[in-house]
Design a protein around this ligand. Structure first.
Ligand SMILES: Cc1cc2nc3c(=O)[nH]c(=O)nc-3n(C[C@H](O)[C@H](O)[C@H](O)COP(=O)(O)OP(=O)(O)OC[C@H]3O[C@@H](n4cnc5c(N)ncnc54)[C@H](O)[C@@H]3O)c2cc1C
Length: 380
């Protein structure tokens, strides 16, 4: 056991390792290389739910395990070490349920959270539109009041699990209102048209959808929280989720490092293992150092979250640093493995390389994180 690690984290690591050997490794390659059209791994999602991994830090009274955010972040890190796409399945289940837990009425929480926490129903966080990504407030999707419900029309894109979700936490405009609102939408209605997006570069175990909303009916009581606070709810949720992306980066970077150390000890060139070459040692030293810094910042952010402190700044720093550190590590891992890294038949490096890339894009690009950080440091 690592002496510097909280015993709760070690327990998470041991449990995930066992789960991964039984449930992840047998299907990992098949999930990554599945031919189009790709299928959401519902069996695995249900198993993750049954293990408590989706509702890990959700309240016990709502079907979760009530663990700390530190333990949840360790769970995501560890799942991503084994298969980042599988880690993402849990991270998305948590991300999409968070706005309901944090901002919805008790009635809506009781109605929707337990099934999301246990993996029985799949939720999606439905914010991004074809013309509103980083500029998320610039929404075109619009809800119009009509008697006891709203009628919603619009289009959403890049929605994790949006191709299979039973429940959409939908952010949109309301006619004649200046600010966004949030609704819980049950997707089993003809106007909610979903499809699986094709040819995704990485994180392939978790599918991503595009959604067209045509006269989708949402009961008025499904307004989540207060009218006009949708943008605030979205950003508040993303603050927390960004620490999750940082943890994904730490998991991927650790795997890239471990694979590189092992490979450099067994690959022989010019009569000796390449680990004896200073060129290789320096790459490994740089990887280990950036990984350690990423992990420290990620754990600092989540420890602040567990204490109830403001996390916006530190979450952006952790997401920015850990996702870019993971990019550095997978790139160096590729260099160390050379030809045997580039061709996925021989190692996982090619998959790590593809899985890492989106960490610098989703839940706010690296440029958006720098905007948040500069805004906090310099002042607006
Ligand atoms: C695999 C995947 C899963 C996703 N999952 C979800 C999900 O579950 N739910 C959801 O709602 N969304 C999801 N997204 C959407 C994701 O959050 C957006 O892709 C992201 O916010 C960037 O938006 P964009 O792709 O439209 O890029 P754009 O906003 O068009 O950005 C293009 C480029 O311009 C830069 N840029 C834009 N504005 C600024 C600025 N002000 N200053 C400096 N640079 C700027 C960006 O950094 C980027 O480099 C997902 C995306 C992917 C790829």
């Amino acid at each position: 056991m690592d002496k510097n690690i909280d015993p709760r984290q070690q327990a998470v690591r041991d449990a995930v390792k066992e789960f991964a050997e039984k449930e992840i490794y047998p299907v990992s390659e098949q999930l990554d290389r599945m031919a189009e059209p790709r299928k959401f791994p519902m069996d695995l999602y249900r198993k993750l739910g049954e293990a408590g991994y989706i509702g890990y830090c959700m309240p016990k009274e709502l079907g979760g395990l009530g663990k700390s955010h530190l333990e949840f972040i360790t769970l995501i890190e560890e799942l991503c070490y084994h298969d980042a796409g599988v880690g993402l399945l849990c991270a998305v289940g948590e991300l999409a349920t968070q706005p309901i837990i944090n901002f919805a009425s008790d009635e809506l929480k009781k109605k929707y959270v337990p099934d999301c926490a246990t993996g029985k129903r799949v939720p999606a966080f439905v914010l991004t539109e074809p013309n509103a990504g980083s500029d998320a407030a610039n929404q075109s999707t619009e809800a119009v009041a009509n008697g006891d419900h709203y009628v919603v029309n619009g289009e959403k894109i890049f929605i994790m699990h949006g191709d299979v979700a039973d429940i959409g936490v939908l952010f949109c405009k309301v006619k004649d209102q200046p600010k966004l609102s949030t609704f819980i939408v049950e997707t089993d209605q003809p106007g909610w048209q979903k499809r699986t997006l094709k040819n995704k570069m990485g994180m392939r175990a978790a599918t991503t959808g595009g959604i067209i909303l045509k006269d989708v009916k949402v009961p008025k009581e499904n307004l989540l929280g207060e009218f006009g606070k949708g943008f605030r709810y979205a950003m508040g949720t993303l603050d927390s989720a960004r620490i999750g992306v940082a943890a994904q980066g730490v998991g991927i970077a650790q795997r890239a490092l471990d694979e590189s150390v092992a490979y450099s000890k067994k690959r022989v060139a010019f009569g000796a293992p390449i680990a004896k070459l200073q060129a290789i040692q320096w790459m490994i030293a740089d990887m280990a150092t950036r990984l350690e810094a990423a992990r420290c910042l990620t754990y600092k952010a989540v420890t602040m979250q567990d204490k109830g402190e403001r996390i916006s700044l530190v979450a952006s720093m952790a997401k920015l640093y850990a996702s870019e550190a993971a990019g550095f590590c997978v790139d160096r891992a590729m260099q160390i493995h050379a030809g045997y890294g580039f061709i996925g038949e021989f190692s996982v490096i090619e998959k790590l390389y593809r899985d890492q890339r989106v960490l610098e894009i989703y839940e706010g690009t690296s440029e958006v994180q720098r905007l948040v950080i500069a805004g906090n440091v310099i002042g607006r």
